[in-house]
Design a protein around this ligand. Structure first.
Ligand code: TPP
Length: 585
């Protein structure tokens, strides 16, 4: 048969061309990627593609950047890497996004199809490896299917409970020719995947009746509220029916914490008021939350007096950890909108008075002995100096919990953190991704001296792209959160938690090194082209932050804080609210 171009037919394109066209159709405007031999055909086209390209310095950094971009904007983040080590370097980032329900599409190069399974150079079975940490993944064997697969990947990532999707793309498929037409994510219809579901009016009626009848109702809002864009309607409902609200780590910002109904963070390091309210409420309405063990503590004693209602888009999350009395499967925003019209104002004075008493008696607090710099003080100042406007991205550890406690969270998508996986090394690259998504926004990364070193190489990306990013390092000279657990639960047997030169058993200084703390973060910042400053005087904290926030440059501010500060209150792991620890004796 003659190969000729029919009038009106789709011109022949390579797989790589189809991929780029698919990304453009999906509205990708920034792509984070790292090249290599098995993805070189795609990179060959990126120079001319209608999207901004960002080169991280490690593929893990690239995935966290795409993740931070997605968390800050609500759009699907996108990254492209090569096969083998490039692909395996994405696994932690994918697992991080998967645990927190973040929409990503990750494209990996792969060895040619005829070599798959032969232990070819830079071959890794990334489809198999990532199956448990992606919402869905594809190994593309036929170029004709590629336009549909790209559109499906974006559709699946963004709809239902969002999550990461991986496309494993062999080199020969990138180079093969096809006349398959482009497909948009909006055109996708998959028979076995129907994420939209109509609001269950009967269930909403039952929930409305339960709320009207409850004397001590409590809303427990998770990251699903933010993902669904349901924060405004949640706030309306809480105020209309006088229902106090507590949020998970992922839900911070779903309800303004300066509202008298706000109970703030729930769970292990949550407020006493929030944890007590759960213990005393007669109706607990979980919205876009998943009864995570860091929230529930001892699950059999969680909300012992309450009827449990659970609104979630993910049917499999309902009843997973606890039996639910009032399940409401559906989009959180649609369900809350349907609920709003069925509720009447209720005073609930007694319940609100009780809660106000707990809030007043047990605020988040810390000691500030003269001559010391408490880490909580630094974090409080970030909030104050930015007038509550900063988009804060944290790493993982004590500083993460203090950031949850000492920042007054007021709006969604302004507090980004690795909740489910607790990934150290997330903060800096995610903050860079967030800054790409929100160029006008003040973005502040708060990290520990341990976690910042896990992806510190990405600092150069912020400098290179002239991002106005600010990095706050809470330097306590330790892997603080692990040190706290060793202090509290392992008889102070400090194992592998001291960072820097003080780690030397003879405690002797190394020749030529003047400081016990290593690395020198100021020099490190300068090496990457950023402004680096060190602060240990409390009086210098606010002026330094102010100068940094007014500057267009990347600033790295190292705060030398009290070394052995702990995060309180603390419900011990697997414990109950009665066992809450307020401070060490
Ligand atoms: C990749 C990874 N490795 C190990 C851990 C376990 N871990 C949790 S918090 C923590 C200490 C973090 O120390 P640092 O970054 O200095 O922050 P700090 O707790 O002192 O604020 C560790 C090791 C983790 N969460 N992630």
């Amino acid at each position: 048969m003659k190969r000729g171009k029919k009038r009106g037919a789709v011109p022949e394109r390579t797989g790589a061309q189809c991929l780029i066209a698919g990304l453009e159709r999906a509205g990708v405007s920034v792509v984070f990627g790292y090249p290599g031999g098995m993805i070189i055909d795609v990179f060959n086209l990126l120079t001319a593609a209608k999207m901004h390209f960002v080169l991280p310095r490690h593929e893990q950094g690239g995935v966290h950047m795409a993740d931070g971009y997605a968390r800050a904007t609500g759009r699907v983040g996108c990254c492209i890497v090569t096969s083998g080590p490039g692909a395996t370097n994405t696994v932690t980032g994918l697992a991080t996004a998967y645990m927190d329900g973040i929409p990503l599409v990750c494209i990996c190069g792969q060895v040619p199809t005829h070599m798959i399974g032969n232990d070819a150079f830079q071959e890794a079975d990334i489809t198999g490896i990532t199956r448990p940490v992606t919402k869905h993944n594809y190994l593309v064997r036929n170029v004709d299917e590629l336009p549909r697969i790209v559109a499906e990947a974006f559709h699946i990532a963004a709809t239902g409970k969002p999550g990461p999707v991986l496309i494993d793309l062999p080199k020969d498929v990138q180079r093969a020719l096809t006349r398959a037409p482009d497909v948009s994510p909006e055109q996708v219809s998959i028979r076995s995947y129907q994420p939209g579901c109509p609001v269950d009016e009967v269930a909403v009626d039952q929930l409305a009746k339960a709320i009207q009848a409850a004397r001590r109702p409590l809303l427990y809002a998770g990251g699903g509220v933010i993902a669904a864009g349901a924060a405004p309607v949640l706030t309306e409902i809480a105020r209309l029916a006088n229902i106090p609200v507590t949020t998970t780590l992922m839900g911070l910002g779903a309800f303004p914490e300066d509202d008298p109904l706000a109970l703030r963070l729930l769970g292990m390091h949550g407020s006493v008021a929030a944890n007590r309210a759960v213990a005393h409420c007669d109706l607990l309405i979980a919205a876009g939350a998943r009864f995570d063990d860091r929230v529930t503590g001892k699950i059999s004693e969680f909300a012992p007096l309450a009827t449990l209602a659970h609104i979630d888009i993910d049917r499999s999350a309902i009843g997973k950890s606890l039996a639910i009395d009032l399940p409401v499967h559906g989009d959180v925003r649609a369900v809350l909108e349907a609920l709003r019209g069925r509720l009447q104002p209720q005073p609930r004075d007694e319940w609100l008075r009780e809660i106000a008493g707990w809030k007043e008696a047990f605020p988040f607090a810390y000691d500030h002995p003269a001559g010391t710099l408490p880490p909580q003080y630094v974090i409080e100042q970030v909030d104050r100096v930015s007038r509550g406007q900063a988009l804060v991205v944290t790493d993982v550890g004590q500083h993460q919990m203090w950031s949850a406690q000492f920042i007054t969270h007021r709006q969604p998508r302004h507090f980004l953190t690795s909740g489910g996986l607790g990934t150290m090394g997330f903060g800096l690259p995610a903050a860079i991704g967030a800054q790409f998504g929100c160029p006008e926004q003040l973005v502040v990364c708060i990290a520990g001296d341990g976690g910042i070193q896990m992806n510190v190489q990405e600092l150069v990306v912020a400098v290179e792209h002239q991002l106005p990013l600010k990095v706050v390092i809470i330097n306590n000279g330790h892997l603080g959160m692990v040190r706290q657990w060793q202090q509290m639960f392992y008889q102070k047997n400090y194992s592998a938690v001291v960072l820097g030169q003080r780690h030397r058993p003879d405690n002797e200084r190394m020749p030529g090194v003047s400081d016990a703390y290593l690395p020198d973060f100021v020099k490190l910042a300068e090496a990457y082209g950023a402004v680096g400053v060190r602060v240990s005087d409390p009086a210098e904290v606010a002026p330094t932050l102010r100068r940094a926030f007014e500057s267009p440059r990347v600033w790295v501010m190292e705060f030398r804080v009290t070394a052995e500060e702990n995060v309180f209150p603390m419900v011990p792991p697997g414990g109950t609210v009665e066992q809450i620890i307020h401070r060490l004796a």
